[in-house]
Design a protein around this ligand. Structure first.
Ligand SMILES: NC(=O)C1=CN([C@@H]2O[C@H](COP(=O)(O)OP(=O)(O)OC[C@H]3O[C@@H](n4cnc5c(N)ncnc54)[C@H](OP(=O)(O)O)[C@@H]3O)[C@@H](O)[C@H]2O)[C@@H](O)CC1
Ligand SMILES: Nc1ncnc2c1ncn2[C@@H]1O[C@H](COP(=O)(O)OP(=O)(O)O)[C@@H](O)[C@H]1O
Ligand SMILES: [K+]
Length: 532
């Protein structure tokens, strides 16, 4: 990947930013017509690669004595704006390459350029239909109804037409965005095309990184049409950054290579506080996640009754058995002699604790040690009052909620279901913490409103214990990274990326059903060895 491609692949834009970038390109002299021609030409070539128009020759048989061949039949869905214009250029190109094309153009008012392309398509003899009921069969549909210009809810008759198109068992390739999705929130505006494949044009739009859009996007692909980096930088200069985490950025954050002369405490000392009689497994998974991070020294505080279990799983770790409550939660921390919380580079606290461990969680929140809080650590923080409690903290805090925990922590922040990116950004700004909002596309925000999003993952992770592994992994990376002055938000983003990549690799080898949390821990290092 070239330097430019790498930079472009990290960029995420809103519809407004895309329009501003486009405006700069046109103002600099690039004709609108030429850009549409270039972009749609790239899409048409990509479609030919994916669906080659190989003549499908019917075999000679006694019952059908003459052999004949047929072309791939492609239906082109055309909207009123330039998304429709793109689709019409694709229609024309595929027509000349021998595909059998028909056009569905239900709008009476089209933008000038779109209207011209429609007129030319008609002059070529391509059939054009206005009514959904008139449409012939097809092998493939190209969706150019709406792109990033869509802002209002879709209503009938176009909404019901989209619903009917979704019912056909034909692959749908969407241009720029499945029609009906909001470009920024990924929300469905009334209804939306369920694409098999979406070609995102020029720069990744925010919708591609929002959970609620995923089931509409299908396979996603960026069509790079050479937007000058200078225009991108000029538009994004003063906006809070949203970045896709790429392998290059994640790998550059990892504590590799290690210096030749070092020792275990220089490679970070992590204290995990986790587990209860009820949730013993959470402590093991968190610890194995931390082991996967390569942290120099690992101490694990658990209720006394779990100590021997943890020792048997993690012979290299220092297991600290603590006095327990009647319910089997950690009652108080009992660190070894000459050790206090400040002895650790970082603490990760929460998995499996139960809310009976609240005095311990309060103690670590009041400490001045960098802290990852997860699971019951978050529930206890929510009970204490998230924002006033965190405002008193001097050291770094990373919160790793899933959507439910997020809601409890930040009940007054924007609805995370409606716009996850906006919600995580507000939560970080208000709390002063780095917030990692877990989900299908995990998003990390820092208090300066910058956001990092994991662009690919697998639903194999939707399984009990996956989050515990992430907490350990993140704690271990934090303990190592802080000693090397790596920014905390980069560490959190890298941990989330690594966790997802391990799950993707495990899924490839074992299917989506084969990625239990313990197995996931075994893929952490395997993932890295594939990258180096
Ligand atoms: N940026 C780039 O670099 C490049 C961009 N390119 C392409 O341009 C696309 C953006 O084009 P666009 O701005 O014309 O908007 P688009 O999404 O086609 O549709 C908006 C139209 O829909 C209408 N409309 C809106 N809501 C509606 C509703 N509910 N129900 C009914 N109608 C509704 C609205 O009209 P309105 O009614 O608001 O006047 C407007 O006419 C982009 O996605 C990409 O494909 C490439 O060609 C070249 C490179
Ligand atoms: N559909 C999905 N696609 C990708 N990742 C997912 C999906 N669902 C959950 N995950 C990931 O799985 C993990 C689940 O964490 P969490 O909800 O804390 O589970 P647990 O508490 O059982 O360990 C998170 O890292 C989350 O991002
Ligand atoms: K579209």
């Amino acid at each position: 990947m070239s330097d430019r491609q790498e930079q472009i692949s990290q960029v995420v834009v809103t519809a407004e930013q895309m329009r501003d970038i486009e405006t700069r390109i046109f103002a600099a002299g690039m004709p609108v017509v030429a850009l549409m021609e270039k972009v749609a030409g790239l899409i048409a070539r990509r479609i030919q690669n994916l669906y080659p128009n190989l003549k499908q020759t019917q075999q000679f048989t006694p019952s059908s004595p003459s052999s004949f061949s047929s072309n791939l039949r492609v239906g082109i869905l055309v909207g009123p704006g330039h998304n429709g214009g793109d689709a019409l250029v694709v229609a024309r190109e595929l027509h000349f390459r021998g595909y059998e094309i028909w056009i569905y153009s239900p709008f009476s008012k089209l933008k000038e350029l779109t209207s011209q392309h429609l007129q030319y398509a008609q002059s070529l003899g391509i059939p054009i239909y206005q009514e959904i009921e008139q449409l012939p069969n097809s092998n493939l549909l190209i969706d150019g109804l709406f792109g990033f210009g869509l802002e209002r809810n879709l209503t009938d008759p176009i909404a019901s037409a989209i619903n009917q198109l979704n019912e056909l068992s034909v692959p749908i390739l969407s241009i720029d965005l499945p029609s009906g999705l909001h470009t920024d929130t990924g929300e469905v505006l009334g209804t939306a095309i369920r694409a098999t494949h979406t070609f995102c044009l020029g720069l990744w739009k925010l919708a591609f990184l929002q959970d609620q859009a995923l089931e509409y996007l299908g396979k996603v692909e960026l069509i790079d049409f050479d937007i000058p980096l200078a225009d991108v930088q000029a538009v994004l200069l003063n906006a809070p950054r949203i970045k896709r985490i790429t392998p290059a950025t994640a790998l550059s954050t990892l504590p590799l290579p290690r210096p030749s002369v070092t020792h275990k405490y220089k490679e970070g000392h992590l204290l995990l506080i986790c587990g209860s009689r009820r949730y013993a497994g959470g402590a093991i998974l968190t610890s194995l996640g931390a082991r996967g991070s390569g942290v120099g020294m690992l101490s694990v505080a658990v209720p006394e009754s779990l100590k021997s279990l943890l020792v048997s799983h993690l012979p290299e770790a220092l297991i600290v058995g603590c006095p327990e409550t009647e319910t089997g939660a950690i009652a108080q921390l009992q660190l070894p002699a000459k050790t206090n919380l400040s002895s650790f580079s970082a603490i990760a606290c929460g998995p499996g604790l139960t809310t009976d461990a609240s005095p311990v969680v309060q103690e670590v929140i009041e400490s001045d040690v960098p802290l990852v809080l997860d699971a019951d650590g978050l529930n206890i923080l929510a009970q204490m009052g998230t924002i006033p409690t965190l405002q008193k903290r001097q050291a770094v805090t990373i919160l790793t909620p899933h959507a439910g925990e997020f809601q409890r922590l930040f009940p007054h922040v924007a609805d995370a279901k409606h716009d996850r990116v906006k919600a995580v950004r507000e939560a970080a700004a208000q709390s002063g913490a780095v917030v990692l909002l877990k989900g299908a596309r995990t998003a990390v925000a820092n208090p300066q409103s910058e956001v990092w999003i994991v662009p690919e993952s697998t639903p194999a992770l939707a399984r009990g214990g996956s989050g515990d592994v992430l907490t350990g992994l993140l704690g271990g990376l934090l303990a190592q990274g802080l000693t090397k002055q790596i920014p905390v938000e980069d560490i959190a983003a890298t941990a989330a990326w690594w966790h997802s990549q391990a799950a993707i690799l495990a899924t490839q080898e074992r299917t989506e059903l084969g990625v239990d949390a313990f197995t996931l821990t075994q893929y952490l290092i395997k993932t890295l060895s594939n990258c180096y």
